[in-house]
Ligand binder design. Structure first.
Ligand SMILES: Cc1cc2nc3c(=O)[nH]c(=O)nc-3n(C[C@H](O)[C@H](O)[C@H](O)COP(=O)(O)O)c2cc1C
Length: 262
């Protein structure tokens, strides 16, 4: 699928065909997409464990639910449990991943890079202090992991799957998946074939563009050019806004089909 169409057709899907398995190669493609996300100092911030709904007990499934994660967990056959790896900077082994980037010609002397710069400046003066201060480390690691998750989400759409991020209880993840202490569970990415239409009632509301984006300084909105909006509509990135007139009927029909509350 064309990239902008992938962005435009992504929706958080909450109704899945519970009977239809997801091909293993599609799951792997999502993980591969996450693996290729850009990542500071090339450190392994994102980790994931794939869970198959039907290989868990009912008690395990229910223990993962939260107030915002309900029927979608029962409907989606595959869940990628994404983790933030608090050990990621330690895992760079005193900046060894930077040296690797130097070796492959990604970080170059033209930009000041050398082995000793990686060790004595970047590791000693930047990475180590970040690593030693949890108040700095935690937000860095979570933001980094989110980049990988976003790529995996978009890849799922490109693979023709429905997908969604949803909260799961960290305690239950730890108990079921038995991940290392340095891995913090953050979100479950659900995978499955959508039971709702791919448009899922239309593109979900966002606040006005100018409330989020500015030029040069806060308070000077980045002016949204309607011609750019039109061009992005033409290629399928910006789509009809929710709700479609028939959305309530669609949700009612799906809820009845799956014996969920209306
Ligand atoms: C990090 C993250 C966590 C989310 N957690 C939940 C959740 O627990 N339950 C849920 O129903 N949706 C969850 N969502 C989906 C959002 O509610 C959804 O993205 C939002 O409504 C916008 O819709 P869209 O994704 O279709 O554009 C989450 C989304 C993100 C990015």
């Amino acid at each position: 699928m064309e990239f902008k169409q992938v962005i435009g057709s992504r929706r958080s899907i909450r109704f899945y065909q519970p009977w239809r398995p997801v091909e293993r190669e599609k799951i792997q493609a999502c993980l591969e997409a996450g693996r290729l996300a850009s990542r500071a100092v090339n450190a392994p911030f994102a980790k994931a464990v794939v869970l198959y709904r039907d290989q868990l007990t009912e008690e395990q499934r229910n223990s993962l639910k939260t107030p915002t994660t309900t029927a979608q967990l029962d409907l989606a056959p595959v869940w990628i449990i994404w983790h933030a790896n608090l050990g990621a900077i330690t895992d760079t082994k005193l900046g060894a991943t930077l040296k690797q980037l130097i070796d492959v010609g990604a970080l170059t002397p033209s930009h000041g890079w050398s082995y000793s710069y990686a060790e004595n400046v970047v590791w000693a003066q930047m990475l180590k202090p970040i690593n030693d201060d949890p108040n700095v480390l935690v937000p860095v690691v979570f933001a980094e992991a989110s980049l990988a998750i976003c790529q995996s989400l978009l890849c799922a759409v490109d693979e023709g799957l429905g997908t969604q991020l949803t909260a799961v209880t960290a305690e239950a993840v730890k108990r079921i998946v038995k991940t290392p202490d340095t891995w913090v569970p953050i979100w479950a990415q659900l995978l499955g074939y959508p039971a709702e239409s791919r448009e899922a009632g239309g593109q979900r509301p966002r606040e006005p563009f100018e409330e989020d984006f500015f030029e040069m300084e806060y308070g000077k909105p980045f002016r949204r050019d309607p011609k750019v909006v039109e061009a992005l509509e033409a290629v399928g990135m910006i789509r009809s806004a929710a709700p479609f007139p028939w959305r309530k009927d669609e949700v009612r029909a799906l809820s009845r089909a799956f014996e969920l509350p209306e």
